[in-house]
Design a protein around this ligand. Structure first.
Ligand SMILES: [Zn+2]
Ligand SMILES: [Zn+2]
Length: 250
C-alpha cells in the first residue's frame, strides 16, 4: 500500500527516513533507542521515520520476535511527544519464491512492510540452482514478481543489489538485468502498491545501476522512498545520503 504521494524531488523525499533499525536489530548500535532516534529526527527536520527491525528465520527455525519488539516500540511511541510521524514495521524477508519470514497475520499487523529479497549471505535464504550472475538476477526478479502477487509489500529494500553475494563477479548480476526486464519489474511493483527504496548502500555501491534504476523509475512513474538504512544515530539524518544521491542519480 502506498503511504506517501509519488515524488521525484530528492529534497522532498529526504524529509523522510524510511529505513531505520532500532537496538532490537542485532546489527544496530545500542544507541538506537526510540527516544534517541526521534530526537535526532527532530533535529534533522524529518517529518516521518519508519522503524524496520529485521525479521529473519535462521537455519534452526528460530526467528527474531519482531511483533513482540514492535509492541514495546508502540508503547514507547505513545509516551513520546513529537511532531515526527513514526511508522512501526519490519524489514521482512522474502527468503525465496513465495517464502516469507512472518505469518500473514503478523505482516498485516505491521504499519510498514519493507521486504528484503537479497540477503543471500544468510543461511536461511534460498539460493538459485544456477549460481551464476545471470542465475541470481533471474532468481531476484522471480522472488519479487511472486511477492507482487500478494498485497504484503509496502516497499522493496535495496532492490536487486548483490549485497554480500559470495560468488565470483557478483557485480555482474546487475549487468544481467536489461532495461526492459527492470522496467517490467518496476511497473509490477507499482501495480502492486509497492514503493522502491533509494537505499544509500545500494546507490553508492552500484552507482551505474542506481542511475539506470532511478531514471527508469521516473519514466515509468513509480513511488520512491528515501532509505539511508540507519544502524547508528548519525545515519538518521538524510542529509549526508542526499548529497551522495545528487552526485550519482542526477
Ligand atoms: Zn537489508
Ligand atoms: Zn536494513
Amino acid at each position: 500500500m502506498f503511504l506517501f504521494e509519488k515524488c521525484f524531488d530528492l529534497d522532498e523525499l529526504a524529509r523522510r527516513n524510511l529505513h531505520v533499525h532500532t537496538r532490537f536489530s542485532s546489527c544496530a548500535k545500542p544507541e538506537m533507542t526510540l527516544e534517541a532516534i526521534v530526537r535526532e529526527a527532530e533535529r534533522a527536520g524529518l517529518t516521518d521515520i519508519a522503524l524496520v527491525d529485521h525479521s529473519n528465520v535462521e537455519a534452526d527455525g528460530s526467528s527474531t520476535p519482531v511483533p513482540a519488539h514492535n509492541e514495546i516500540l508502540k508503547a514507547q511511541r505513545a509516551a513520546l511527544d513529537t511532531p515526527v510521524r513514526i511508522l512501526i514495521g519490519s524489514e521482512l524477508s522474502a527468503l525465496g519464491l513465495g517464502r516469507y519470514s512472518e505469518t500473514p497475520e503478523n505482516m498485516r499487523a505491521m504499519e510498514y512492510r519493507l521486504f528484503a529479497q537479497n540477503h543471500y549471505h544468510l543461511s536461511c535464504w534460498e539460493q538459485p540452482e544456477d549460481r551464476s550472475p545471470a542465475g541470481y538476477a533471474r532468481h531476484m526478479i522471480a522472488v519479487l514478481t511472486e511477492l507482487f502477487r500478494t498485497d504484503f509489500c509496502d516497499c522493496v529494500a535495496h532492490p536487486l543489489a548483490p549485497v554480500k553475494l559470495r560468488i565470483e563477479n557478483a557485480g555482474r548480476v546487475l549487468d544481467e538485468i536489461s532495461d526492459a526486464a527492470l522496467g517490467d519489474l518496476l511497473a509490477a511493483g507499482e501495480a502492486a502498491g509497492s514503493a522502491w527504496e533509494l537505499h544509500s548502500g545500494a546507490i553508492c555501491g552500484w552507482p551505474d545501476f542506481a542511475r539506470r534504476y532511478f531514471n527508469l523509475g521516473r519514466e515509468i512513474g513509480v513511488h520512491f522512498h528515501m532509505a539511508p538504512d540507519a544502524h547508528r544515530l548519525a545515519a538518521v539524518d538524510t542529509a549526508p545520503a542526499l548529497a551522495e544521491y545528487r552526485k550519482i542519480l542526477l
